[in-house]
Write a protein that binds this ligand. Sequence first.
Ligand SMILES: *Cc1c(COP(=O)(O)O)cnc(C)c1O
Length: 375
Amino acid sequence: MSRINVMQPWLGEEEIAAVSEVIRSGWVAQGPRVRAFEEAFASHQQAEHGVAVSSCTTALHLALVVAGVGPGDDVVVPSFSFIATTNAVRYVGATPVFADVDGVNGNLTAATVEPALTPRTRAVIAVDQGGMPLDLEPLRALCDPLGVVVVEDAACAAGSTHRGRPVGAGAEIAAWSFHPRKILTTGEGGMLTTSHAEWAGRARRLREHAMDISAADRHGQVLAPAESYVEVGFNYRMTDMQAAVGLVQLQRLDEAVRRRRELAARYGEALATVEGLRTVADPPHGTSNFQSYWVEVGDAYPLDRDGLLARLAAADISARRGIMAAHRQPPYRDLVEPGALPVTEHLTDTTLILPLFHQLAESDQDRVIDVLTRP
Ligand SMILES: *Cc1c(COP(=O)(O)O)cnc(C)c1O
């Protein structure tokens, strides 16, 4: 019996060949492959502009900067998310205001965001949690008239759809992750997509020390023009080696989503009749890539969440506690009254993430199902 991991990236010989080619070319830093990857990714998600960066965390930081968020502003975020969502707010000196989430799919909704809005709210960061598409339209209908920018944290959501279009297509600005825990990976990496040409242009400069001419363009000339640094920028660049991997991964994405949805449907069917277990499923407004497949362990189940995790571990199956709650971590503990985020706390305490990845054999998935359905 061998260990079943919760996640494994899907990489192959094509990625190895693509990286080798970049190394042989002699240009490994941000260059032509980064540009090609930005264009291909933005086009896949039907977004107008793509700016590749070093991670989703840095994409979120730049998204808030170009949206004009700064000290004195409030930004509404879900506590029910990886902590980078909240940290980005602090990077620009603004104050995170936690909103609760929908109890079924774990995402912010217009109804959960509205009570968190203040006269100082400049932005909302709404997450497609675990790849589950959030319902963007009602949220923008609430926020747009107030001049509140909705930043979509689509870290997990490449390949998910919303109202018949790719996630991100309807966003003013969205941030993506290519960490190996996500469905499309470049090792580390991220992307910012936006419908605003000026925001894209500023983000493109800011990721590269706010230089008015890119290093790649300067190197293209024997006598490089003098550059100027138009504001305080950052080094948030992606490398051409990463982008080359991303271009191959993007070609795999539709097949990766198809296989994950097939495995998710197998879990859904096998677990539908287990009393006390609720499985994650597509919302009415879209389709998930099932980047994370989670179950909620209810009172009717014979074990609690941690008991079930232990039983899986004893069978050499690596599951994970569900999505964290940022407001329980030391930097943010003082921001909310106890009990203010009941749905977040309930989901954080009762959910667990099951193994789901492209290469997962059905026989291995059946081993997981056996443990879950054991009386
Ligand atoms: C993974 C993740 C991030 C961070 O992505 P990195 O690329 O590792 O910086 C941010 N937000 C959410 C919702 C995530 O799942």
